[in-house]
Design a protein around this ligand. Structure first.
Ligand SMILES: C[C@](O)(CO)[C@H](O)COP(=O)(O)OP(=O)(O)OC[C@H]1O[C@@H](n2ccc(N)nc2=O)[C@H](O)[C@@H]1O
Ligand SMILES: Nc1ncnc2c1ncn2[C@@H]1O[C@H](COP(=O)(O)OP(=O)(O)OP(=O)(O)O)[C@@H](O)[C@H]1O
Length: 267
């Protein structure tokens, strides 16, 4: 069985509070985009994990798909499987690629072995693997809050726009991004602001990670500026970086960025 885990972007990200469990409360909009991995699972004599495409840091046991297998194995009598992941979603990009693989793995296993898990139950399993994971179970635009793992559906359709995504040659780890952040409550919630016209977003919708990350990685700031110069209605870093997306009325010319960065059009 094969599924195609996709990436997400964060439109706005406000870090509102430090929590007692070491995490932060935040609010953000998650929006699915069309950059995909390929995840194949077949029944086998023993558990194995192989990958192709981009190099995935860490050992096999650290891979979120393998962690997902062990998580389900605790509660269900599932057979060993051979997992193959073709990695295409940039890593350390704020695109939630690893989280998506994990969520799609849970969905795949649920379907393949008739585990009978409903959406909420799949989200509960996903949540234990990472704050981003649960979003990918339903994979629809949402307003996310708490650790970023509680959701309220929103009506947001950007399909009339051209979204371009630029990945500078920099990786930012999520915990690095949270270091030095001063959480602050918000006056106006993204839950309402997201319904402002896209060309107004730059006045109201911010990613709280940008200031810190731009200080240490000036090239990410340059990419954002270049997207505005190329005509973006809105441009921002996604999640904890390093990728930056731009929302355009039509396909932009970003050829000047292609030398130093990976550029994805029409995601
Ligand atoms: C910030 C976002 O990238 C926005 O999309 C995500 O919420 C991060 O989600 P994620 O990569 O799935 O994060 P996890 O793997 O659960 O957490 C990595 C680390 O980030 C920090 N972390 C993450 C989420 C959160 N709400 N508060 C945090 O402080 C914690 O130090 C945690 O140990
Ligand atoms: N299937 C996987 N694909 C990619 N990375 C994985 C996977 N499983 C575990 N990891 C680990 O997770 C780390 C970051 O993964 P990921 O690509 O999800 O980060 P990210 O793009 O910063 O996403 P996020 O928006 O969730 O912060 C990697 O350094 C890697 O060690």
């Amino acid at each position: 069985m094969i599924l195609f885990p996709n990436a997400k972007i964060n439109i706005g990200l406000n870090i509102t509070e430090r929590r007692a469990d070491g995490y932060h409360n935040l609010e953000t909009i998650f929006y699915p985009i069309k950059i995909n991995d390929v995840l194949e699972v077949i029944e086998a004599d023993s558990l194995s994990f192989t990958s192709s495409g981009l190099d995935i840091p860490g050992r096999m046991e650290d891979n979120l798909c393998v962690k997902g297998y062990h998580l389900l194995k605790k509660d269900f009598n599932i057979p060993p499987v051979s997992i193959h992941l073709h990695k295409h979603i940039p890593i350390g990009a704020g695109l939630g690629g690893g989280s998506s693989d994990a969520a799609f793995f849970i969905k795949l296993m649920n379907g393949k072995f008739n585990l009978g898990l409903n959406i909420e139950q799949q989200q509960d399993y996903a949540r234990t693997l990472g704050a981003d994971c649960a979003f990918f179970i339903e994979n629809k635009p949402v307003f996310a809050f708490d650790r970023g793992d509680e959701f309220e559906p929103i009506k947001l359709d950007l399909s009339a726009y051209h979204i371009a995504l630029v990945m500078p040659p920099v990786h930012v780890s999520t915990s690095e991004a949270f270091r030095g952040i001063q959480p602050a409550p918000v006056k106006d919630s993204l839950y309402d602001l997201i319904y402002e016209p896209v060309r107004e977003w730059k006045k109201y919708i911010k990613n709280d990670f940008e200031a810190n990350i731009f200080k240490n990685h000036i090239e990410i700031r340059w990419v954002k500026a270049a997207l505005y110069e190329a005509g973006a209605l809105y441009a921002a870093m996604s999640g904890s970086g390093a990728s930056v997306f731009g929302i355009f009325e039509t396909k932009p010319d970003l050829s000047a960025l292609e030398t130093d960065n990976q550029v994805f059009y029409g995601v």
